[in-house]
Design a protein around this ligand. Structure first.
Ligand code: NAD
Length: 432
């Protein structure tokens, strides 16, 4: 099929490349002309494992093309996926102006039947607005369908997730749109939920909120563990073996970040409020998540007394491993708190240093984990990059002023770290 994807970001570019891999012909459109020019030279706009290889392969096969002109996308694709950003406004509400702008411009350029699909994460009832906006802006009277097809990929494993989804969700209001979208995804042979548009929109917000709730739940349990000397890792293991609970998203630590969970729960709280539902459970999920960062900083303070003039080494800056995405990363909050208390921060991240420089002022960026540890009073792990498990702890010990490790992700092998003479502090491991 001929497909168009508008927005060549973390979701749009992966979607376009994977559609090409599935055998479709795809055009990816973005209004960032520099990004498109670089993509035409196979230069990726961000780090995502496996993406560059796929883009190169299908640029060569001719199944994946790029354009900075929306009209090219409107002419080409019988189905047009909107994958532009839906950032949070100051009050938590999703900012839908990019989605609105794109669908208005699509309508103005449409000359024959098209299916316009929300791929971006949007609040329930956005489909209704899409339909109205398109109808209002058509230049000629052409038929169209609106649909919802939320994306569940995770950054860092985006390509794999897209091609091997747990489920595909399709929200439609016509038989023609249902048939076309099932045809788009037919090569994946994944379980598919076909429903109305509002339900599809809600599946995405409800899923992300539920995952966030699982994380905040185990973090609240971790706070209790710290007080009674219990080990949250064991508690999570014991809970997770119950198939009704499951072991995923039960990792205690400094909480969730990134451009999905935090913004999506805020958007869900906001739309629920607007519809007259006070979703207090989700407000508490967000509050616990914030609290985790304060708890981590308190753990450092409890070891160093005053933070003023202390040097803190930070390992890991991206909101999760295998990405360079710094959007709403917990490291920004934690480093902000450390700096506000007068500490000097020396940081290292395997991929996110470029992005981090843009949002972390006053931090010294180091070219490897050992240099970051040099002269530090405490080392803090914020992102669970696998290479941090393989460091030479003897060398780290030599570099540091005081051998204290605070593991914000319970990721390091505590026994190994302690064996090398460090004081090791985890989250919810019986040591406040
Ligand atoms: P992103 O910021 O990485 O990408 C958005 C892209 O849209 C950018 O390249 C931007 O230049 C482009 N754009 C903006 N306005 C445009 C316009 N008028 N015309 C053409 N292009 C335009 O954002 P993202 O992380 O890919 O997220 C996109 C959506 O997908 C959001 O709603 C997000 O919540 C959702 N989502 C994200 C993830 C994720 O892991 N990042 C996962 C699932 C869903």
């Amino acid at each position: 099929m001929n497909l168009s994807v508008v927005g060549a970001g973390h979701v749009g570019l992966v979607t376009g490349a994977c559609f090409a891999q599935m055998g479709h012909r795809v055009i990816c459109v973005d209004n960032d002309a520099k990004r498109i020019a670089r993509l035409k030279r196979n230069v990726m706009p961000y780090y995502e494992p496996g993406l560059e290889a796929l883009v190169r392969k299908h640029a060569k096969s001719g199944r994946l093309r790029f354009s900075a002109r929306l009209v090219d996308g409107v002419r080409f694709g019988e189905v047009i996926f909107i994958a532009v950003g839906t950032p949070p406004k100051a009050n938590g509400e999703a900012d839908l102006t990019y989605v609105e702008g794109v669908c208005r411009d699509i309508a103005r350029a449409m000359t024959s039947y098209r299916i316009i699909v929300e791929k971006s994460t949007v609040p329930v009832e956005t489909g209704k607005w899409l339909r109205r906006t398109i109808a209002m802006n058509l230049k000629t009277k052409v038929p169209f369908d609106v649909a919802s097809n939320p994306e569940f990929l995770r950054e860092g494993t985006g390509v794999h997730d897209f091609l091997n989804p747990d489920r595909i969700v399709i929200g439609v209001e016509s038989d023609a749109a249902r048939k076309k979208l099932l045809q788009v995804y037919q090569p994946l042979k994944a379980p598919t939920v076909v429903t109305d548009i509002a339900s599809a929109e809600l599946i995405k917000h409800a899923s992300n909120s539920f995952l966030a709730a699982k994380i905040s739940f185990i973090n609240a349990v971790a706070q209790v563990c710290d007080r009674v000397g219990a080990d949250v890792e064991k508690v999570a293991e014991g809970m997770g073996l119950d198939r009704r609970i499951g072991k995923f998203f039960l990792d205690a630590g400094i909480g969730f970040g990134g451009f999905c969970l935090p913004k999506d729960i805020e958007a869900f709280i906001h739309i629920a409020d607007k519809l007259g539902v006070d979703f207090r459970l989700l407000k508490e999920v967000a509050r616990i998540n914030e609290e985790q960062r304060a708890i981590l900083v308190k753990k450092i303070e409890e070891r160093l007394w005053n933070l003023k003039q202390k040097t803190i080494a930070v390992w890991g800056l991206s909101f999760k491993p295998h990405t360079d995405d710094m959007r709403l990363a917990p490291s920004i909050d934690v480093i902000g708190r450390l700096s506000a208390a007068g500490a000097k921060v020396r940081a290292y991240d395997p991929e996110a240093m470029g992005e981090a420089r843009r949002c972390l002022n006053g931090t010294v960026f180091c070219s490897d984990p050992y240099r970051a540890a040099k002269g530090s009073d405490c080392l803090v792990l914020l992102t669970e990059w696998p290479q941090f498990q393989k460091v030479d702890w003897k060398k780290v010990h030599r570099m540091m002023e005081h051998p204290i490790v605070v593991d914000g992700r319970n990721f390091l092998d505590a026994a190994v770290v302690r064996r090398h003479g460090f004081e090791y502090v985890g989250m919810g491991q019986g040591r406040p």
